[in-house]
Ligand binder design. Structure first.
Ligand SMILES: [Zn+2]
Length: 301
């Protein structure tokens, strides 16, 4: 049984009309996985909110307190991209905890998937691009600091560079960061990950997958991580509203199956988060995010 992590708060966020963040996608994905038989109810685990002390492993206390108490400046909230609300706090604390729980379940079961996560634009002292706290780094630190693992490899395949993950990861020798992203996409000013792989506009399935296969294989052999954190963002899709690559839905499935099979073959636990994905068509977006779960069933079934 592949453990899945979800919380109802993920999609409980009132946003201004025409806001481009597809906040309903989490609930749609959960409903689709269950109604289509891709997942069963018994697979689901629910996180409890993360403790402030866990946030402080990766973020400054001024920033954490400022966000939780609605004391951030309007400019800082604009950079995050959401208006502040109690709902946003609840959702954020559950989503970050969800990635940490996904890591814990992956260490127990070999694989676990989070129906949220991938807040890779969150930096130590500020948030950005719909990301408030960096769940990937926080979850990696929790696993390392508890003595469960020594080295974590973060493979970030969202179309946007994981700039917050890169900057935070650079301060920790035991976290190796690799971002695969579109060169032209946000953020304009990129940070330096341990490894950055840039793709040009219109990159096709075959080019993308060949590069990903070579690099991921190499990094797993070189660093021999005890845990892989995989950001399976689907904004690499050819019809994504925010991405510039030309990856098909079949290509997304092959990417997810590739990363999961590399982890399985190397006997390294893998915790995956769904990451970004932007479309006004909820069914299309759900189908793209579902590929991760279908692939996991095939690889680990
Ligand atoms: Zn993205």
């Amino acid at each position: 049984m592949i453990p899945l992590v979800y919380h109802a708060s993920y999609s409980q966020l009132a946003l201004p009309p025409n806001h481009r963040f597809p906040v309903s996608k989490y609930q749609h994905l959960r409903d689709h996985l269950l109604s289509s038989g891709i997942a069963q109810p018994a697979q689901f685990f629910n996180p409890t909110p993360i403790d402030k002390s866990d946030l402080l492993t990766s973020h400054s206390s001024d920033y954490v307190e400022g966000f939780l108490c609605n004391q951030l400046s309007p400019a800082m909230m604009r950079r995050i991209g959401f208006p502040w609300s109690e709902q946003l706090c609840v959702r954020t604390l559950h989503a970050v905890a969800g990635t940490r729980l996904t890591v814990q379940l992956a260490l127990q079961h070999g694989v676990s998937l989070h129906l949220s996560g991938g807040y890779h634009h969150a930096h130590q002292t500020f948030g950005s691009g719909f990301c408030i706290f960096n769940d990937l780094i926080i979850a990696a630190r929790a696993a390392i600091d508890s003595g469960q693992v020594e080295r974590v490899l973060i493979l970030d395949c969202d179309v946007h560079q994981g700039d917050g993950t890169a900057a935070l990861g650079a301060t920790f020798d035991d976290i190796v960061t690799c971002s695969f992203h579109a060169a032209r996409n946000f953020p304009a000013r990129k940070q330096r990950s341990d490894y950055d792989i840039e793709f040009q506009d219109g990159c096709s399935d075959s080019e993308y997958l060949a590069t990903l296969r070579d690099v991921a294989r190499y990094l797993i052999r070189l660093h021999q991580p005890d845990l892989i954190l995989y950001d399976a963002g689907v904004d690499i899709h050819q019809d994504d509203d925010l991405g510039y690559l030309s990856i098909t839905t079949a290509g997304i499935y092959q990417r997810d199956a590739l990363i999961l099979s590399l982890a399985r073959d190397a006997q390294i636990p893998v915790a995956a988060v769904i990451g970004g994905g932007y479309s006004k068509n909820p069914d299309a977006l759900t189908d793209r995010h579902s590929q991760l779960f279908i692939a996991a069933n095939h690889i680990y079934g």
